[in-house]
Design a protein around this ligand. Structure first.
Ligand SMILES: [Zn+2]
Length: 280
């Protein structure tokens, strides 16, 4: 039998991984006793197989109504980061890691961000972004070999949960950020009310529905990841909550989820997490 793709805590803790009582089809979910990171028992071969889902020409380019929402959401996130950096947008050097076919690069270009670059390991998606005219490196971040302090702003949206070793990425992002630069991480929150309530039914844990999801963060583990690589939390927020799996949601359930979204956001227990780590 294949060994699990993750053998130790990717945040860099020395603690051993302990079994939780959450059973997934790939095996039991494990927890780092130091930082609370939850880790899949998925095998390397199963992981490699599900990651193939990302290698197609269209990449993850949203269409129609979801494209409009995507543009609003990403636009607001980038604007807030640029305000925080306190430099004119047209002077910002920006890199989106895991840029797929370039949907975030497109929004950044529309905002007249100074330099817009991307990195994408799935060759077909990277080729699509390149054909659209974006400066995209086809491969992994460390292979791009950017110079030290090349960027003011680096984003990874829906990337870190796919990594067996988020520590290596944190090290590289920290190296290519200028002091004071920001790394924005968009990922799920495994200490959310949704995660607590839905347990193995939380769709986010499903490697079948979300190819390559193997590493599940919480506000503490993100902060620790930054701290161990010369970064500190500039801001971190969470939003949204689900009381039942989407397929089983009633109208009353939806109403309750909408009401609970406000306390979830205020208490950091929402399941959508955005962390901004600032390079010291
Ligand atoms: Zn840990």
């Amino acid at each position: 039998m294949d060994k699990p793709v993750i053998q130790r805590c990717p945040i860099g803790c020395d603690s051993t991984l302990q079994a939780t009582d959450i059973h997934l089809p790939e095996g039991i979910l494990r927890r780092c006793s130091e930082c609370g990171q939850l880790l899949s028992s998925c095998s390397q071969s199963r992981y490699d197989h599900t990651m193939q889902d990302f290698n197609h020409d269209a990449g993850t380019m949203p269409t129609g109504k979801s494209a409009r929402r995507h543009r609003q959401r990403i636009g607001a996130i980038l604007r807030e980061a640029i305000d925080f950096l306190d430099q004119p947008a047209d002077s910002v050097r920006f890199l989106d890691v895991g840029c797929s076919s370039g949907s975030v690069l497109h929004i950044a270009s529309e905002m007249h961000i100074g330099t817009v670059c991307g990195v994408e390991p799935a060759p077909k998606a990277a080729a699509t972004a390149q054909q659209l005219g974006y400066a995209v490196f086809s491969g992994y971040l460390h292979e791009a070999a950017y110079a030290d302090a090349s960027f003011d702003l680096v984003t990874t949206f829906e990337v870190v949960e796919h990594l067996a070793d988020a520590g290596s990425m944190a090290k590289e992002v920290s190296r290519i950020l200028r002091p004071g630069g920001l790394w924005l991480i968009g990922t799920g929150n495994a200490e959310s009310w949704t995660a607590e309530r839905l347990r193995e039914q939380w769709e986010y844990y499903s490697i079948a529905q979300n190819g390559g999801h193997i590493s599940f963060f919480n506000p503490r583990s993100i902060a620790l990841l930054g701290q161990r690589h010369g970064m500190s939390v500039a801001y971190l927020r969470t939003k949204r909550t689900l009381g039942s799996p989407p397929a089983a949601r009633t109208r009353l359930g939806k109403l309750r989820d909408e009401l609970m979204a406000i306390p979830a956001r205020l208490t950091g227990r929402g399941h959508d997490m955005l962390a901004a780590l600032r390079k010291r």
